[in-house]
Design a protein around this ligand. Structure first.
Ligand SMILES: *[C@@H]1O[C@H](CO)[C@@H](O)[C@H](O)[C@H]1NC(C)=O
Ligand SMILES: *[C@@H]1O[C@H](CO)[C@@H](O)[C@H](O)[C@H]1NC(C)=O
Ligand SMILES: *[C@@H]1O[C@H](CO)[C@@H](O)[C@H](O)[C@H]1NC(C)=O
Ligand SMILES: *[C@@H]1O[C@H](CO)[C@@H](O)[C@H](O)[C@H]1NC(C)=O
Ligand SMILES: *[C@@H]1O[C@H](CO)[C@@H](O)[C@H](O)[C@H]1NC(C)=O
Length: 359
């Protein structure tokens, strides 16, 4: 794309050539970015990722594991809630939300009482179990917070609708959201507990990403109670659909996904919306495979990163075109305002990428 950028600039200098230019001649250059792997000394799979800054990062995953660094990934502490060793392997913390080096909420996925939530306010020394699912049909996938108090966690449909639980006290107590305002799910529709981004809170709105049905869908709400659902352009199926929905402001968002059984399949696996998710347009060029997570880069309004098991990609035009930045496997990505993106995944992989390029 850098070459393309130069061609456009050259063309602009030729008198009379401008009519031949595309409608939008500005072609931002794609920076060269590479992931810097951090040693976590862990072989767990970290689908839960919540960086607070370029220094403080929490990851969570298999075998009930939670790790935290406070020095930018040079060293990691295992601050997992304590389980009997024979029971820890049952728990998969697929989502985590941290506010500081001290406070975080972590979600364990699974059937029955495996779906549960723990909260810490002392950096993981003490965890309180604040929610244990009692609904046999529920399976919690992900959670999101719009501030330090108000959050939602999302379960696959119960009695034909996605089930949501809500907290107004930073995760200490949870109540089931009245299903009245939630549209009916389609037969086979569910969310993907792949990266903690199947529910999103952004700019005063809430979103849910779904799959299992074709196409994958996105639900949107301004209060977490009254929801509308839209088709996306991302194909869905038993292992396919929208895995991650992210909004940079109240209007503009991206969705990524694909089929996790086809890691390098990239048919129509990314889309963007400029109307708060009411309608979705497919990208023009796509990430290099199934992508489970995406994150906007704060302060770079058109720039976002997507990751999946077959690699990672960047967009510099708001999700219309995606460019490969690596082929290593990751599940989740989150960027922080310091211009650093963090990614995490299988076999204890955690990496950071410094976004200093002036786009
Ligand atoms: C890695 O973890 C193992 C097992 O807990 C421990 O024995 C070893 O010292 C650790 N290595 C480093 C570099 O932290
Ligand atoms: C392990 O989990 C099972 C099932 O939840 C429970 O009955 C048992 O008491 C747990 N074991 C310990 C040692 O906590
Ligand atoms: C841990 O938190 C629980 C619930 O808030 C509290 O009852 C308990 O005293 C705390 N334990 C420690 C060691 O701080
Ligand atoms: C959404 O997609 C489904 C399946 O293709 C289709 O039946 C339905 O009409 C679509 N809804 C809208 C509003 O386009
Ligand atoms: C990743 O692999 C794809 C397909 O082989 C290739 O086109 C792309 O350039 C690779 N990306 C990087 C950053 O090496």
């Amino acid at each position: 794309m850098q070459l393309l950028h130069q061609i456009y600039l050259a063309a602009l200098t030729i008198p009379g050539y401008t009519t031949a230019l595309p409608a939008s001649p500005y072609q931002p250059s794609v920076p060269h970015l590479t992931w810097s792997l951090k040693s976590t000394n862990s072989t767990q799979q970290f689908r839960g990722l919540s960086p607070v800054s370029d220094k403080v990062v929490w990851v969570s995953g298999t075998s009930g594991t939670v790790l935290r660094t406070t020095n930018g990934g040079s060293s990691w502490s295992n601050i997992s809630p304590s389980f009997a060793p024979e029971n820890a392997t049952n728990f998969q913390f697929r989502d985590i939300h941290a506010w500081s080096a001290e406070s975080a909420v972590v979600l364990s996925i699974g059937e029955g009482d495996l779906s549960r939530i723990y909260v810490t306010s002392d950096g993981g020394k003490n965890w309180s179990k604040t929610f244990v699912n009692e609904e046999p049909a529920a399976f919690y996938d992900c959670l999101a917070f719009e501030d330090e108090k108000h959050g939602l966690a999302m379960s696959d449909p119960v009695e034909g609708k996605f089930r949501l639980i809500e907290t107004w006290d930073g995760g200490a107590t949870w109540d089931i959201v009245d299903p009245q305002g939630i549209p009916a799910a389609l037969t086979g529709e569910f969310g993907f507990a792949a990266s903690g981004t199947c529910i999103e809170a952004a700019a005063g709105r809430w979103y849910i990403a779904s799959g299992g049905v074709d196409p994958g869908r996105v639900y949107g709400s301004s209060d977490g109670h009254e929801w509308k659902v839209s088709n996306t352009s991302i194909p869905g199926g038993p292992a396919a659909g929208v895995f991650s929905v992210r909004f940079r402001d109240e209007k503009y968002g991206i969705a990524v996904g694909g089929d996790y059984e086809k890691p390098t399949g990239n048919v129509d696996n990314a889309a963007w919306s400029e109307d708060s998710g009411a309608t979705w347009k497919k990208a023009e060029s796509f990430p290099g495979g199934y992508r489970s997570g995406a994150s906007w880069v704060p302060g770079r309004s058109h720039v976002a990163i997507a990751v999946g098991t077959s690699g990672s990609d960047i967009t510099v035009d708001g999700g219309k075109n995606w460019h490969s930045i690596g082929n290593g496997t990751f599940d989740a990505v989150e960027c922080v305002k310091e211009g650093v993106c963090w990614a995490s995944g299988a076999q204890g992989r955690v990496a950071s990428l410094s976004y200093k390029h002036n786009v």
